[in-house]
Design a protein around this ligand. Structure first.
Ligand code: CMX
Length: 439
């Protein structure tokens, strides 16, 4: 057994024992209540899930195993001469629960490089798809095609004991994370560069190798990819991609099937596709106003028009956060150092100056501040990655780190199939004591 796998198992056994105690002593303690409005309105705030890898605070933003994004940028190991954290280190942190050493991260990078080869049949399937297919559809199809490799599915079919589920989940997790950059890069090169794919470089770290396979050799773009892959990795368990992966995994669908569910959720415009939507919205605004540098007044009017047309302003708002997303701030800091004069970056900053007040004035938008997706496309555009339909695939590759680390925990802790209770409106009326019950 690899030593990281051993460390994970030790931690999981220890926490498993603690949870057993918690359940036997406090299993009946009440930790929340459910209002009618919550049942109808997306279950906001109901504490009904366990996710060990990260925790979201509405004011402070995300913490991964207790560490904020600025702390991670400082404390996680970096590539030689690099300034941004290596995302492999974050994966280790989420999985094992402790900051890794540089040796741990190098070891993980080498394991991922060794397992990174995507089988040919996956590319053959992608080649058969119409060129107009959205990259997120191709990505989900690619992950599904990789499922033929699932060690978990095979072991389950062969009849393994429950206590060994975690081990096959772990193996699938490492292999899938290893292969996603090559899969995603193949899609990018197939769709936008005439199918000329680029061979991986096994000496590079996971994110730099991904950037290399996309066709980018600029070291500052590699730094961006390391940052991007770190900040998009996890956002506790209730968001659509994390929850969908966890839910489908709870049926003992293998990690490939479970992760595909997460990715088809990430592909929605209110979730991960918002990064594509943001750039589309800014491009439409510039075209309509016939300028690449709209004024604050013009932007303010465009936001009001968007709201009046019954549409959302992409990149703004959040179901949990009530402040500027620290993932937005991290990207803003990166842009201040690397590309403060990039036109799209300047537009994003100008929008940030006017949008919150306008959104706040509606009186109904609970969070008028920007989220992670408000900034990411502008940085990518600056480096020449202008194919906005591809942006959510980058998000998806990163999100694998968090949701698959969580899936390992789900199986190691023996979490059961998820099955919350649903109600009908007729039953709600009975519960609230309405006499006239519609049939
Ligand atoms: N623009 C316009 N209207 C918005 C809005 C925005 N950016 N954010 C929220 N609203 C609206 C909602 O649509 C809702 O309207 P109705 O009452 O008419 O249905 C109302 O304000 C209240 O919504 P809320 O409680 O503030 O927000 P929700 O928790 O329901 O939704 C989110 C959260 C992210 C889906 C929403 O803010 C939104 O649609 N934002 C734009 C899309 C986006 O950027 N998504 C990415 C989120 C981050 C990620 O997952 O990647």
């Amino acid at each position: 057994m690899g030593y990281i796998k051993e460390r994970f198992k030790e931690k999981a056994d220890a926490l498993g024992a603690e949870i057993k105690d918690i359940l036997s002593q406090h299993g009946e303690k009440v930790i929340g209540e459910v209002k009618v409005s919550q049942a109808y309105q997306g279950m906001r705030g109901i504490p009904g899930l366990i996710t060990e890898t990260s925790l979201l605070d509405s004011e402070e933003g995300i913490r991964f195993r207790g560490y904020s994004i600025p702390e991670l940028r400082e404390l996680l190991p970096k590539a030689e001469g690099g300034i941004e954290p290596l995302p492999e280190g974050l994966f280790y942190l989420m999985l094992v629960g402790e900051l890794p050493s540089k040796e741990d991260v190098d070891h993980l990078s080498a394991v991922l490089a060794r397992r990174s080869n995507v089988p040919k049949h996956v590319f053959n399937i992608l080649d058969k798809m119409p060129v107009s297919t959205h990259p997120m559809t191709l990505f989900s199809i690619g992950v599904m095609a990789l499922q033929t490799e699932s060690k978990f599915a095979k072991a389950y079919k062969d009849g393994i004991s429950k206590k060994d589920y975690w081990e096959y989940t772990y193996e699938d997790t490492i292999t899938l994370i290893a292969r996603l950059p090559q899969l995603a890069a193949y899609i990018y090169r197939m769709k936008y560069h005439g199918g000329e794919s680029i061979e991986p470089d096994a000496d590079l770290d996971w994110a730099a190798n991904f950037a290399h396979m996309l066709g980018y050799e600029d070291k500052s773009f590699w730094a961006l990819m390391r940052l991007y892959m770190t900040i998009h990795a996890d956002h506790e368990g209730g968001n659509v991609s994390a929850h969908a992966t966890h839910l489908v995994g709870s049926a003992l669908s293998d990690p490939y099937l479970a992760f595909t569910a997460g990715m088809t959720g990430l592909a929605g415009p209110l979730h991960g596709l918002a990064n594509q939507e943001v750039i589309g919205w800014i491009e439409d605004m510039c075209e309509e106003l016939n300028t690449q540098e709209p004024s604050q007044e013009q932007i303010a009017q465009y936001i009001k028009d968007t709201l009046a047309a019954g549409k959302v302003v992409p990149g703004y708002g959040h179901a949990v956060l009530r402040k500027t997303d620290p993932r937005f701030t991290a990207q803003m800091e990166f842009a201040k150092v690397h590309c403060p004069d990039a036109p799209m970056v300047k537009n994003v900053w100008k929008i940030y100056e006017v949008a919150p007040d306008i959104l706040n004035a509606t009186g109904k938008i609970k969070n008028p501040w920007p989220n992670v997706d408000a900034h990411s496309g502008a940085l990518l555009t600056h480096y020449g990655l202008v194919e906005k339909e591809f942006y959510t695939v980058l998000f998806g590759v990163s999100r694998a780190l968090g949701v698959l680390a969580s899936l390992c925990w789900d199986r190691a802790l023996g979490l059961p199939i998820e099955r919350p209770k649903s109600l009908t409106t007729k039953r709600i009326k009975e519960m609230i004591g309405e006499t006239e019950v519609a049939s």
